[in-house]
Design a protein around this ligand. Structure first.
Ligand code: PRP
Ligand code: URA
Length: 209
């Protein structure tokens, strides 16, 4: 597996345990996903470039640093990716948010695109594609391809839980994409669900089951 960053901070791992728990209700599930997204965003943005800045403190001038005007875009894969957006925007509130609507056909497990609305200045932006689950990888690859075709400046993928199969699929289709995950699980089951995973992320976020 290439290009995989497992964010194993104790707070992320602790919260992920309760995200997985079948007894965690929709409200707590949403709040935990939101918190973990913030913690993950802290790591995913670690390489943002800085520039010199001079600030006047109450005592003296300080030569310090600020982020060097990097233009970020956050792209949730609908629906479940929506659960991670606010947690990221808490750290980078000026990031633009694009939306890509995809669902997995339950029979074929292939992604079906039904919506796409992205910032106009895609060529000048660095994107973080977000989705809690990287299962077969079909949805993530389809979303990345949409951004690549529109010449996004750079793209990272951020997921809570990945199956080895999904990582392999992204590595094969998009060898330059860095993948950030909280955990790599064992495998996919016969229905394309991650084992042990957390079940259906969209249903658990939005209470649709
Ligand atoms: C889930 C999940 C991913 C996708 C992952 O979405 O949120 O988008 O499945 O599976 P893949 O890696 O095999 O493509 P789903 O299709 O259930 O849609 P939803 O978010 O609208 O519930
Ligand atoms: N989508 C989910 O929501 N969960 C999985 O385990 C796989 C795909």
């Amino acid at each position: 597996m290439k290009n995989v960053h497992v964010l194993d901070h104790p707070l992320i791992q602790h919260k992920l345990t309760f995200i997985r728990d079948v007894n965690t209700g929709n409200k707590d599930f949403r709040e935990l996903v939101d918190e973990v997204a913030t913690l993950m965003a802290y790591e995913v943005t670690r390489d943002l470039p800085l520039e010199e800045y001079v600030v006047q403190t109450p005592v003296a001038k300080a030569r310090t640093k600020v982020i060097a005007g990097k233009k970020l875009g956050v792209v949730p894969i609908l629906r479940a990716g929506l659960g991670m957006v606010d947690g990221i925007l808490r750290l980078v509130p000026h990031a633009r948010v694009g939306h890509i609507g995809l669902y997995r056909d339950p029979e074929t497990l292939s992604p079906v695109t039904y919506y796409s609305k992205l910032p106009s200045d895609i060529e000048d932006r660095d994107f973080i594609v977000v989705d809690p689950m990287l299962a077969t990888g079909g949805s993530a690859v389809a979303a990345i391809r949409i951004l690549q075709k529109l010449s996004a400046r750079s793209i990272k993928l951020m997921c809570l839980i990945a199956a080895p199969e999904g990582i392999e699929a992204v590595n094969q289709a998009c060898p330059d994409i860095e993948i950030y995950v909280a955990h790599v699980d064992q495998k996919l089951n016969d229905h394309g669900y991650i084992v042990p995973g957390l079940g259906d992320a969209g249903d658990r976020l939005f209470g649709t089951k």
